[in-house]
Design a protein around this ligand. Structure first.
Ligand code: 5GP
Ligand code: MN
Length: 328
């Protein structure tokens, strides 16, 4: 078994006691959230537990080929037979239960599986490991704890989770532990080539147009230590793009020499600005996001601000400037 914190065995034990579990993840699912949920559904099945995977939002098209992705029920409300016909909720990668986007999940016992540092342990059983490189790696350890051999499909789903959350094994969470788990997943049938093709090789043309629009707004602040890019409502319309097409854009300014933090402002709805923050090293953008009602990780965080682009830019850049100054 791969060593690590959090009690995978206790999570397996709680899952196995259920008859029919509702599995969910955070809104706007990413690779870690979706891959982990799909692998968990397989594990639950092997333990004799029926499952329904329910997500508030559709997954980005890059994740459409994950084994089992088509079986996920997507919608703003819970199944009609919830809670009566279920006896457990498995919340995956939700730093707060509310992040799933559904009311009333807490009517049933909750198994909380997450790696976010601020997780307040809202479950009956909390399998929370802040050192885990991805939730997918934690689910992988549940297979080991249950002594159930993961299928190639489960290995693929957890590999997607792990490789997306570590930025293709480039971020600070690309630890030896992450590589060990990845090696096991590849041994079990995950194909890094196929996964890389799904994640990076199927961009919609609209997304590339949107990237161009975003990069054309690049400005550098704080002596080149902060990069700011933005997309207004009109840019989305002109590119024929949707919110999911913004994925990955934030990483481009991150590559600029000397940049310590990136602010990416997205306004696909008038009066509301989605803010993505990225940083390097000791610059803590989670604190910035938290002050504005959001959250995340120290080097990758986000929030939603009510307002127009110009005032939000001013507000966020000022706060990020303080974070950069505090770290230098
Ligand atoms: P992104 O910029 O990709 O939308 O989000 C980056 C990270 O910040 C994600 O890992 C997510 O956990 C976190 N995050 C983004 N938006 C929010 C938010 O509104 N609230 C909280 N708590 N976390 C967020
Ligand atoms: Mn994650």
């Amino acid at each position: 078994m791969t060593p690590g914190g959090g009690d995978a065995g206790a999570a397996v034990e709680r899952l196995a006691r259920a008859t029919r579990a509702l599995i969910t993840g955070h809104q706007r699912p990413d690779g870690d959230s979706l891959g982990s949920q799909l692998a968990l559904a397989e594990l639950a099945g092997a333990l004799g537990v029926a499952t329904v995977v329910v997500n508030h939002d559709p997954a980005p098209s890059t994740l459409a080929d994950l084994p089992g992705a088509a079986l996920v029920a997507v919608g703003a409300s819970l199944p009609a037979d919830f809670p009566d016909r279920f006896d457990l909720v498995v919340a995956v990668e939700c730093p707060e239960l509310e992040r799933a986007g559904f009311d009333g999940l807490d009517r049933l016992p909750i198994l909380n599986i997450d790696h976010h540092p601020a997780n307040p342990l809202y479950g009956e059983v909390n399998y929370v490991d802040v050192d885990a490189p991805a939730t997918g790696e934690m689910v992988w350890r549940m297979f080991r704890a249950a002594a159930i051999e993961p299928s190639a499909a489960a290995a693929t789903n957890t590999f997607v989770a792990l490789s997306t959350d570590t930025g293709d094994f480039r971020y600070g969470n690309a630890t030896a532990r992450a590589f060990r788990a990845a090696a096991e997943m590849v041994d079990a049938g995950a194909s890094p080539t196929a996964v890389a093709q799904w994640i990076h090789g199927r961009r919609r043309a609209a997304a590339v147009h949107l990237l161009g629009a975003a990069l054309s707004t690049l400005r550098l602040e704080a002596d080149g230590r902060i990069a700011v890019i933005e997309l207004d409502h009109e840019s989305f319309r002109r590119a024929g793009a949707s919110p999911e097409d913004t994925e990955d854009i934030v990483n481009h300014p991150r590559a600029i020499d000397g940049v310590r933090a990136v602010v990416f402002l997205k306004q696909w709805e008038r009066g509301v600005v989605r803010v993505s923050l990225r940083s390097t090293g000791a610059v803590d953008v989670r604190r910035v996001a938290e002050r504005l009602g959001g959250g995340g990780h120290a080097n990758a965080a986000g929030c939603t601000v009510q307002g127009d682009l110009a005032s939000t830019r001013e507000l966020v850049v000022t706060a990020v400037r303080e974070a950069v100054e505090a770290a230098s």
